[in-house]
Design a binder for this molecule. Structure first.
Ligand code: NDP
Length: 326
């Protein structure tokens, strides 16, 4: 038996609780991992509360990321004792995830834990931080350099936003952090933000084009915020879009794209190919100041993760939440 959060949906309703789970219930897979830590991402918040259609079969163990040690493996690249990290691939949605003491997975989904990080540090980064790195890699790929001008990061006090601010600042970019929590301005400045802007400046319907300001953007929010970021991006600037914290909609015009040559780059971490994952984790090892992870993250147990899921969706959780599942 092992302990984990189990989400059930039946005539009695949708519910999540910490349960004792029999190992024989684990799904199929060629690698069994003794999980040490998982985390709470926005998607885990949706899964645990049932506020979004994230879970695709029941019962489900949530947790879209995990770190742990291989217990058993028939996969050629992994053997017992190897430390591994998992992000995405539908884990915690369609396949049992990381918010439990054990997971059985497809070895192709795993990446080795980079030696630079402890298990806790890897999860302080987690899927949110790895996605932030994918956004930064996309800005670089499209040619955005620190000398080009300011980068705006929305939802900056959340998980993706916090890590994005820290990485961009370390790489020498000038970062403007957009937040609905102005009282967290000192936190965002400690991560390297040069300026903190109130979310209300971006949250209402705006003009098709505004004053050109941003050389690049990391947007985790979507909706009017993303539309206004695109409308105020400089000629040939690049906007990376990875989230929908304010909504799935994108109430914009094509004006920034056809009149200013703005690029909108979509970022997906879930099905991202292995080579790009390895690059992202390598770059996190060099381009994220590890000492900032203590400020960005806090650690909770499995029991606390359930009530925190609802707070996270309300935008009340700052930075990253690491879950010690043991
Ligand atoms: P968090 O909840 O940690 O952060 C989201 C932040 O968005 C909040 O902290 C808040 O920032 C801001 N926010 C929340 N609600 C609103 C709102 N109504 N209007 C404007 N801003 C809002 O989530 P994560 O960082 O884990 O994830 C952020 C987004 O990125 C989510 O939508 C998630 O689904 C997505 N995501 C996508 C991935 C991908 O592969 N594409 C991977 C990982 C995440 P503040 O308080 O500073 O305003």
């Amino acid at each position: 038996m092992f302990k984990g959060i189990l989400i059930e949906k039946d005539d009695a309703g949708y519910r999540a609780a910490v349960k004792e789970i029999d190992e024989s219930q684990l799904p199929e897979g060629n690698v069994t991992v003794r999980v040490s830590h998982s985390t709470l991402n926005y998607k885990d918040g949706l899964a645990i509360t049932g506020k979004g259609p994230v879970v695709r079969k029941f019962p489900m163990v949530p947790g879209i990321d995990l770190v742990g040690v291989v217990e058993e493996s028939t996969h050629p690249e992994y053997k017992a004792g190897d430390a591994v990290v998992l992000n995405g691939w539908g884990v915690g949605e369609a396949h049992w995830g990381g918010l439990a003491q054990k997971a059985r997975l497809n070895g192709d989904w795993l990446v080795p834990l980079p030696s630079t990080f402890s298990p806790q540090q890897a999860m302080a980064i987690g899927t949110a931080g790895y996605t932030a790195m994918l956004c930064v890699l996309a800005l670089e790929k499209h040619g955005v350099r620190p000398a080009d001008g300011e980068i705006v990061v929305t939802g900056a006090a959340g998980g993706v936003g916090s890590v994005a601010v820290a990485i961009l600042a370390k790489l020498g970019y000038t970062v403007a952090a957009v937040t609905g929590r102005p009282h967290d301005a000192d936190y965002l400045k400690s991560l390297g933000a040069a300026e903190v802007l109130d979310r209300s400046l971006f949250a209402s319907p705006g003009k098709p084009l505004g004053k050109e300001r941003w050389a690049g953007a990391v947007d985790v929010v979507g909706s009017h915020v993303l539309a206004n970021v695109c409308a105020t991006t400089k000629y040939r600037g690049v906007v990376t879009a990875c989230g929908l914290a304010a909504g799935m909609d994108f109430p914009a015009t094509v004006a920034p794209f056809i009149l200013r040559g703005v690029t909108l780059a979509g970022i997906d971490s879930v099905m991202c190919p292995r080579a790009d994952r390895l690059t992202a984790w390598q770059r996190l090892a060099t381009d994220l100041d590890i000492s900032k992870l203590g400020t960005i993250s806090r650690e909770v147990g499995l029991d606390e993760a359930i009530p925190l899921a609802a707070s996270l969706l309300k935008g009340e959780v700052r930075g990253r939440v690491v879950v010690d599942v043991n």
